[in-house]
Ligand binder design. Structure first.
Ligand code: GLN
Length: 489
C-alpha cells in the first residue's frame, strides 16, 4: 500500500526504524496533494515549506538517536478554524480571508511539542456552520469515495484530506456533529471528546457551550494518539477540565466481553436510510458476537434536540460573531464614512448567507421579547436531553447507533438548509450533553461509507475507544482506501 494510505502510527514505526525519513514522507504527502488536490479541494492554505522544515528537525533528532513522540514527523491537516501562529486562519470566510493568527491554539502548541508536521489548513463550512463544507467562501470539497458527493461538514476538508491520502491525520471541530458526520461520510474515524477534555483556546468560537476540537484519522489507534497529544487542562480555557488525561492508547485492547452497549430506539426512526440501518444493526450484532451485551434503551427527548440546537447554537454564535465588525479582525469594507456604515457594510459583504441566517436567528431568540419563549425554553429542553443520557448511562456503558441517517449527499444539497439541519439528529444530542462520541466505518452502501457512532459517559473516552478498536480490528473496514474516482489510488 502507498505510504500516504498508511495510518500515522505505522508511518511512525517506519520513521523510527529509519525505513523512511520525515522529509521523504512529507514530500510524499505534498506530491499526493499536487496529484489529487485539483479534484478533491480539501485545503484552503498549504504549508509545504514549513512542513518540510519541521520534518527536517525530526530527521535531525532521529539522526542524533533521540527518542521521538508518536506523531513526530507525520503530516496532519488542521481545520482552518484553529490558529497556527503566522498562518492564515480564515474559517473559510471572506471576513477572515486575510487574517493571520498571532498565536498558536493550545492544541497546536501541544502538537508542536510533539514535533507534528502541519501540511495545511483544511477547508470547512464558513465558521463551521453547515454539514456539507459547501458554505465555504473558497471552494467545494469533494468526497474521495464519490466525487459527485460532499465529504460532509463542517470539517469536510479535514476528513477528505485523510480519506484521499493528502494527510495522515487531521483535526476538526464538532459543535453539532462536524467531526463525526464527515468521518462517517468519508470512511474515516472521528472523535468528539468530552466537552472540556480538549482546550478551545485558539479555536474560533462558534457556539462556546458545544464546541470541541478532536481528531479525524484513518483508524482508532491514530485517534487515541492524536487525543493523547491534544487533551488536558489549559489555563486559557476556563471550561477545560482540571485533571490529567489518561493515556488513551491503554484503551486499545480488543476486548469488550461483558461491556453493556445500549441501542437507543429513537436513533432508528423515520428518515433513517434502510441500507444505513442495515449496516449499523449489522455492526451492533458484530459487537454482540465479540462479547458485548446489547440492551434496548430509550432517549425520549431526542426528537427535540435539533430544534433546541438551532436556538442555542445560533444564540451563542450571534454573540461570538459580534467581534467581526471591521475594526480588529480581517476584512474591512472599503470607502465607509462612519463607524455604523463600516460595521454594516463589513458584515454584509464579509459573511455568507448561512452565517447571516444564524446571526439573525440567534439575535432574534435572544431579544428581550422572545428570550423566555425560545432561549430559556431551549435551555430547559437541553437539561431534559442531558437527563435522558444520565438515566441510560446508569444501565449501560456506551451507546451504539448511526452517526448520520444517510451516506454522503450529492453536491448541491445545501440548497435546502432545513433538510440538511435534520442530518444532525444523531450527533447533536451528544454535544448538548457534552459527551464523547466516535464515528467509525461499519460498511458501505452504493460504494459510499456508512458510519457507526459510539457514545460514552462524560470523560469515558476509554470505553468508547476500546469498543471502537475492538470492532475495527475485527471488522477491518479501515483498511480499504478511497478509490478517488478516476484519479490513481
Ligand atoms: N451541522 C451543524 C451546524 O450546521 C453542526 C456544525 C458543527 O458541528 N460545527 O451547525
Amino acid at each position: 500500500m502507498a505510504l500516504y494510505n498508511l495510518p500515522a502510527h505505522e508511518l511512525g514505526n517506519k520513521l523510527r526504524k529509519k525505513e523512511v525519513s520525515s522529509v521523504e514522507l512529507t514530500r510524499g504527502f505534498l506530491n499526493r496533494i499536487a496529484e489529487v488536490e485539483p479534484e478533491i479541494g480539501a485545503f484552503v492554505t498549504l504549508c509545504g515549506e514549513t512542513a518540510l522544515e519541521s520534518a527536517a528537525l525530526v530527521d535531525a533528532k532521529i539522526g542524533r538517536g533521540e527518542p521521538i513522540a508518536p506523531l513526530a514527523g507525520i503530516a496532519g491537516a488542521i481545520k482552518d478554524i484553529l490558529c497556527i501562529k503566522g498562518v492564515k486562519t480564515t474559517c473559510s470566510s471572506h471576513i477572515l480571508d486575510n487574517f493571520i493568527a498571532p498565536y498558536d491554539a493550545t492544541v497546536i502548541a501541544k502538537l508542536k511539542q510533539n514535533d507534528a508536521v502541519f501540511i495545511g489548513k483544511a477547508n470547512m463550512d464558513e465558521f463551521a456552520m453547515g454539514s456539507t463544507t459547501e458554505t465555504s467562501y473558497f471552494k467545494k470539497t469533494k468526497n474521495p469515495w464519490a466525487l459527485d458527493c460532499t465529504p460532509g461538514g463542517s470539517s469536510g476538508g479535514s476528513a477528505a484530506s485523510v480519506a484521499a491520502g493528502e494527510a495522515a491525520w487531521s483535526l476538526g471541530s464538532d459543535t453539532g456533529g462536524s467531526i463525526r458526520q464527515p468521518a462517517s461520510f468519508t470512511g474515516t474515524v472521528g472523535l468528539k471528546p468530552t466537552y472540556g477534555r480538549v482546550s478551545r483556546y485558539g479555536c474560533v468560537a462558534f457556539a462556546s457551550s458545544l464546541d470541541q476540537v478532536g481528531p479525524i484519522t484513518r483508524d482508532v489507534t491514530d485517534c487515541a494518539l492524536v487525543l493523547n497529544a491534544i487533551s488536558g487542562h489549559c489555563e486559557h480555557d476556563s471550561t477545560s477540565y482540571n485533571l490529567a488525561a489518561p493515556d488513551f492508547t491503554k484503551a486499545l485492547t480488543p476486548d469488550i466481553k461483558g461491556m453493556k452497549i445500549g441501542v437507543p430506539k429513537e436513533y432508528f426512526g423515520a428518515g433513517l436510510d434502510k441500507m444505513v440501518e442495515e449496516k449499523v444493526r449489522g455492526a451492533i450484532k458484530h459487537l454482540s458476537g465479540l462479547g458485548a451485551e446489547i440492551v434496548d434503551v430509550s432517549l425520549p427527548h431526542t426528537e427535540y434536540a435539533v430544534a433546541t440546537y438551532y436556538i442555542i447554537a445560533p444564540a451563542e454564535a450571534s454573540a461570538n460573531l459580534a467581534r467581526f465588525d471591521g475594526v480588529k479582525y480581517g476584512y474591512r469594507a472599503p470607502g465607509c464614512r462612519n463607524l455604523i456604515e463600516m460595521t454594516v457594510k463589513t458584515r454584509t459583504q464579509g459573511f455568507g448567507n448561512e452565517v447571516k441566517r444564524r446571526i439573525m436567528l440567534g439575535t432574534y431568540v435572544l431579544s428581550s421579547g422572545y428570550y423566555d419563549a425560545y432561549y430559556n425554553k431551549a435551555m430547559k429542553v437541553r437539561t431534559l436531553i442531558i437527563e435522558d443520557f444520565k438515566k441510560v448511562f446508569g444501565k449501560v456503558d456506551i451507546l451504539a447507533c448511526p452517526t448520520a441517517p444517510t451516506t454522503a449527499l450529492p453536491l448541491g444539497s445545501m440548497l435546502d438548509p432545513l433538510s440538511i439541519y435534520m442530518l444532525d439528529v444523531y450527533t447533536i444530542p451528544v454535544n448538548m450533553a457534552g459527551l464523547p462520541g466516535i464515528s467509525l466505518p461499519c460498511g458501505f452502501s452504493g460504494g459510499k461509507p456508512v458510519g457507526l457512532q459510539l457514545i460514552g459517559r462524560a470523560l469515558d473516552e476509554m470505553s468508547v475507544l476500546r469498543a471502537a478498536y475492538t470492532y475495527e480490528q475485527s471488522a477491518g473496514f479501515h483498511k480499504t482506501a478511497a478509490p478517488l474516482g478516476g484519479v490513481s489510488a
